[in-house]
Design a protein around this ligand. Structure first.
Ligand code: NAD
Length: 280
């Protein structure tokens, strides 16, 4: 099942981070469904090498850095001038953070620029034009479970993805309060997915990971169902386990537990008991 007014021949998808991984899988799917696809990425050679087969539509490749607000504005201008339409905007480009709380300041700045401002730049450049075209359209921002349950390990990345979640929630609230608006926003939260980002750590797809195509299958179904939160499971984490982890994290705030109590030695047993109960 697809969100039929969106994934349709003659309509146009704009995808950032489209040279690899989830963005490339999305580009291939949109092209296979007959759409025009504008693939944007900062890696020129990878973008040129990316195999995407056009069916009815046109494939355009744009080398740009999502941190460049003017480049996103130009992309929006040119896409509407060329195709007169954007049905799907996927603000998807990101980088790992690789920085702890008070280390590697340059990595903090750069990760915020790419992962948060890259998404915000896309939202600012495209949203009003997508509203004005007066046709159904979707904005999908790629977040992460690391921006929801915020596990220790890459704090800079977690902060950027938490910001993307909050931006996307607020964007959807704004859109649904505009009379007649046909644009909706959605938060895509992939699980563990074997892509360029994760392949750095392992040479072959681990059994626990999903493929990028599985993420796109899930996204397409969820958009057809009108879901805002599109939280993908993977081969090692079920939707039920994700839901329990998300609730536990929210309860830290509601119940006044220590921050990140899931990883606090004094809460190890309580968390294990809670997860065990959830499985019955
Ligand atoms: N792979 C996972 O397990 C996983 C899990 C949760 C969320 N995500 C998110 O999924 C999205 C896609 O990542 P992926 O896993 O497919 O990784 P990937 O590395 O395969 O693809 C990311 C793409 O973004 C591009 N990019 C990076 N910085 C850019 C910039 N400044 N301007 C333009 N393009 C830029 C890269 O060149 C690359 O082609 C990201 O937002 C990532 O945070 C991935």
């Amino acid at each position: 099942m697809t969100d039929s007014p969106i994934f349709a021949p003659g309509r146009t998808a704009v995808i950032t981070g489209a040279a690899s991984g989830i963005g490339l899988a999305a580009a291939r799917r949109c092209a296979a469904l007959g759409m025009n696809v504008v693939m944007a990425d900062r890696q020129g050679p990878a973008l040129e090498d990316a195999q995407v087969e056009a069916v009815d539509g046109t494939i355009e490749r744009r080398v740009l850095d999502v941190t460049d607000h003017a480049a996103l504005e130009d992309l929006a201008e040119e896409t509407f001038a060329r195709f007169g339409d954007v049905a799907l905007l996927m603000n998807n480009a990101a980088r790992p953070g690789g920085a702890g709380a008070f280390e590697n300041y340059p990595a903090w700045r750069e990760t915020m620029e790419v992962n948060f401002w890259g998404v915000a730049n896309g939202v600012h450049a495209f949203t009003q034009k997508m509203i004005d075209q007066a046709k159904p359209a979707r904005i999908v921002n790629t977040g992460s479970k690391q921006g929801i349950t915020t596990p220790p390990g890459d704090l800079a990345y977690n902060v950027t993805k938490a910001a993307v979640k909050v931006l996307t929630e607020g964007l959807q609230h704004t859109l649904r309060n505009i009379p007649g608006c046909q644009v909706t926003a959605h938060l895509l939260v992939p699980g563990y997915t074997y892509t360029g980002m994760t392949a750095r750590r392992v040479a072959e797809k681990p059994p626990g990971a999903w493929s990028p195509d599985q993420v796109i299958d899930y996204l397409v179904d969820a958009l057809a169902g009108g879901d805002f939160y599109i939280i993908c499971p993977d081969n090692e984490t079920s939707a039920e386990v994700d839901a329990k982890r998300i609730l536990w994290a929210a309860q830290d705030v509601a119940y006044g537990r220590p921050a990140l109590s899931r990883w606090h030695p004094e809460f190890k047993d309580a968390f294990a008991d809670y997860m065990a109960k959830s499985k019955s």
